[in-house]
Ligand binder design. Structure first.
Ligand SMILES: [Zn+2]
Ligand SMILES: [Zn+2]
Length: 170
């Protein structure tokens, strides 16, 4: 896994957690690779409020305080790992096999800190669909993503179309 891909994937996991999504393939793979157990809802309760504020700050580009607070509560432990094979090293921000919430907190804090400082690979945004409160990771070349899902994109397009039609047929 390339270093920047690692940051992007940790960011995807942070957004997935904040959105309350079921564990994705990516998350299961990450936990497996790093010998971390899937935390239950109770355990996650100690992390999610901080993580949500930090993801929101990254999506909005400011204020940075929630990201620093997350870093303070879950300070990253930086070291280089070669578990993908020799010459395939990437940065780790927590120890393999660590308690799940600490591992997630440290890893997500470091990733979000990179993104708010302008990581080259990904940005985070808020879904633009009217009543949706979810976030998304944008890795498109021209940063054109606006919705968390195809469902939100298409229902917003349909609503806009209906509004336009209503306006012109009146
Ligand atoms: Zn790793
Ligand atoms: Zn949405």
């Amino acid at each position: 896994m390339r270093y920047v891909a690692y940051i992007g994937n940790l960011t995807r996991m942070a957004v997935e957690l904040v959105n309350g999504e079921e564990p994705s393939e990516l998350r299961r793979e990450f936990f497996l690779q790093h010998h971390v157990a899937e935390p239950d809802a109770d355990e996650l309760g100690g992390l999610l409020p901080y993580l949500r504020e930090a993801v929101a700050a990254v999506a909005d580009g400011a204020p940075i305080a929630p990201v620093n607070l997350l870093l303070e509560r879950f300070p990253p432990l930086v070291y280089v790992s070669e578990h993908d094979g020799e010459g395939q090293q990437h940065l780790h921000f927590a120890c393999d096999g660590e308690e799940p919430v600490a591992w997630l907190g440290r890893s997500c804090a470091a990733a979000l800190a990179h993104v708010i400082c302008g990581d080259p690979d990904v940005t985070v945004g808020r879904c633009q669909a009217g009543d949706c409160v979810r976030f998304y990771v944008d890795d498109s070349r021209n940063r054109s993503r606006r919705f968390c899902s195809n469902t939100c994109a298409s229902r917003t397009t349909v609503a806009a179309y209906r509004a336009r039609r209503k306006a012109t047929t009146r």
